[in-house]
Write a new protein. Sequence first.
Length: 297
Amino acid sequence: MNHYLISVILGIVEGITEFLPVSSTAHLRIAEQMLGLSLEDPYWKMYTVVVQIGAILVLPIYFRERIAKFLSTFPRGERGDRTLLTHPLSLVAIAFVVTAIPSLLLVKVIGKHLESLYIIGMAFIIGGIIMWVVDAIHAKSEREGPGAPGSRIHTWHMEEMTLGQAIWIGLCQIFSAVFPGTSRSMSTITGGQIAGMSRASALEFSFFLSIPIMVAGTGYDLLKSVLGKGENAIGVSGIDTNGWVVLLIGIAVAFVVAYGAVAWFMAWVRKHGFVPFAIYRLIAGTIVLWWVFTHVP
């Protein structure tokens, strides 16, 4: 198949799945294998991470007004009840650090697991079960809204988050870094719900936390691969003009599709739960495991 068309397909896959709780990395690796691309090829390894630049660019543009408001009210917050440690921007930074340090130490394990379709399939299924159970437990509280007696939710807005919730979500993110198929957004959303956050507040925090995590992950991969500083480095000189065009097509398509996905997902969460995504994860995980046992030697 023509590499330009392949890049369009992969850009669509990246754009749709990056911010949904279904794991974009897993979907890209699965799509690449189904399209006949080698999971060991340094170029496509690099492509899988760098194409995320398109999705990264969506967040500061889509949330530009929220970001501006957070910056203008730092560190006291919009209500004047925040501190240097509890302002939303500080909590994002803290959760990022909690995630980044262990993930950096486990980078070799992450690289090994990235190619394992078996681990991806199992992570899909286990994550789907956890997401389904947690969302079902909190469904009644979501319907009743703030102030309902006995509610499991005590944080309805990102501005109300605590330091403990940010640290907990950062720890949950480690699983998504180590096990492809777990999903960054799934870890953040489900972890936030377990910590007493509403769907909307957990989702918004997931988007904001994605910015530093994706920038760091993509930047690290660029250093290893594109700049020729890793075991499977390809180096700038190893990418010809066609390779750059293929990559830029994927980034552009991912941006357009991801923008639409974020807008749709934000609207969806306000009215519905995450159970449909949990069901999708179970189905996808089952298909992946079937593929592994029947097609992978």
